[in-house]
Design a protein around this ligand. Structure first.
Ligand code: ATP
Ligand code: MG
Length: 401
């Protein structure tokens, strides 16, 4: 039995009124972007669900690949259609149920009868179709509450729509429906996961990366571009701001004692990030910090780093264990990229023993010794390079140099 249509159920439907329209419109835009290039796809967004059609079977196969990554979708189901005759409904019902694993599964028929002139009423239809399915497919039993398989039959005037197999969506909210933040993206395991988690809550992101050539390599930067591109699969386009950080980092390493230099480096990064955030009109900064993971991620360190701004700094991984973070990184396919051995700016300048309890007064005292700190920060913001991701296929990173 052929099908060329999907019914898409929205996630988080507690959203009401105006917000609901914003949610649906944003989701439609995101689905459209995710399905870009599939010529035969059409999207129809209704108040309580969305329909996707694709007349080309290859396009539909691609839709099934891409749709599970789009946030704001609770689940989706292939829709089978037939003429409004009992004979056709019986046959199509069997095909629809057979899309599922049926052995030992519980089952229920649900009827929606929009055509009030159809010769049987809902209760009768439920009995008739259910009976037919049970007689023809072995291993099923009826269960009215929370059945494994729900066969939904929608009787309309000129056609009947049947759904049975349910695919899980990504959940969350459509990216772009909860504002915008700036993600501090290193080449490590954590920050791409942090970005993913914010996107899941509907937040659009720009990313910022600090590089210190020639101490950091072109491959390290390429890795970050690749990571940001991976995140694009979950919600459209990401602008990546690459900050030239060498001069500042060298100055800090030269002027500030080992115990404090890590904190000062982080403070400078945060200050630059905040400046970029303001320019792009984002409302918060996101990091991949997780409590206690390294010296810069103790509460004392976070407090000292945070002191440079009053902007909300969102740390979605703060209470996760490393293994939990790795799990997500594997699921979203960033892990293999992250573990490539190209060092980022922080790794290279990390002192042997950074303090886990930095004293803000001391840090500020030493920072004051770098007289041109503000000028250096201005220059870093000014001289950033912005990549618009995803890069078009034919455009490779080296073309942009
Ligand atoms: P990650 O795996 O995300 O690199 P990490 O465990 O290595 O995290 P740190 O290196 O201490 O921890 O970095 C903490 C956070 O600071 C990162 O998650 C990221 O948000 C930000 N960060 C670190 N280095 C950079 C960088 N070079 N560019 C942009 N952000 C950075
Ligand atoms: Mg790191």
């Amino acid at each position: 039995m052929m099908w060329n249509e999907l019914l898409v159920r929205y996630g988080e439907l507690t959203l009401k009124g105006k917000n609901r329209n914003v949610f649906i419109r944003q989701l439609k835009r995101n689905v459209k972007a995710a399905l870009h290039g599939l010529e035969s796809v059409e999207i129809k967004a209704e108040r309580d669900r969305m329909f996707l059609t694709a007349d080309d079977a290859n396009d539909m196969a691609e839709v099934m690949e891409r749709l599970p990554k789009v946030f704001g979708i609770h689940s989706f189901s292939p829709v089978m259609k037939c003429a409004p005759t009992m004979e056709d409904i019986y046959e199509t019902a069997l095909s629809a149920v057979r899309q599922n694993e049926t052995e030992g599964k519980s089952f229920k028929v649900e009827i929606r009868r929009t055509d009030k002139e159809f010769p049987y009423i809902s209760g009768e239809l439920q009995q008739m179709i259910g009976g037919h399915v049970l007689r023809n497919i072995e291993g099923l039993h009826v269960k009215m509450k929370q059945p494994d398989i729900l066969l939904h039959v929608d009787i309309r005037r000129h056609e009947v729509l049947l759904t049975s197999k349910v695919y899980q969506g990504a959940g969350g909210m459509p990216v772009g429906s909860s504002g915008k933040t700036l993600l501090m993206l290193s080449g490590g395991i954590d920050s791409p996961v942090a970005g993913y988690m914010m996107m899941k809550r509907g937040v659009q992101i720009d990313a910022i990366h600090f590089e210190s050539p020639p101490f950091t390599s072109e491959q390290a930067k390429q890795k970050v571009i690749d990571l940001a591109e991976k995140l694009c699969a979950f919600g459209g386009n990401i602008r990546l701001h690459v900050i030239p950080f060498t001069e500042l980092q060298q100055k800090i390493a030269y002027k500030i004692p080992d115990g404090e230099s890590m904190t000062s480096t982080r403070r400078a990064m945060m200050e630059i990030a905040d400046r970029v955030r303001e320019e792009i009109g984002a409302q918060g900064i996101v990091t991949g910090e997780s409590l206690g993971q390294v010296a810069s991620q103790t509460l004392d360190s976070l407090t000292a780093i945070n002191e440079v701004t009053s902007t909300p700094v969102l740390r979605p991984l703060i209470a996760l264990d490393k293994l939990e973070i790795i799990d997500i990184a594997q699921k979203i396919d960033t892990y293999e990229l992250s573990i490539q051995p190209f060092e980022d700016c922080c790794t290279i300048f990390t002192p042997a023993k950074p303090r886990t309890k930095p004293k803000l007064k001391r840090v500020k005292h030493f920072e004051a010794l770098i007289e041109d700190m503000d000028t250096l920060i201005d220059a870093a913001v000014e001289n950033r390079y912005v990549y618009k991701l995803p890069l078009k296929k034919e455009e490779t990173f080296t073309d942009l140099l």
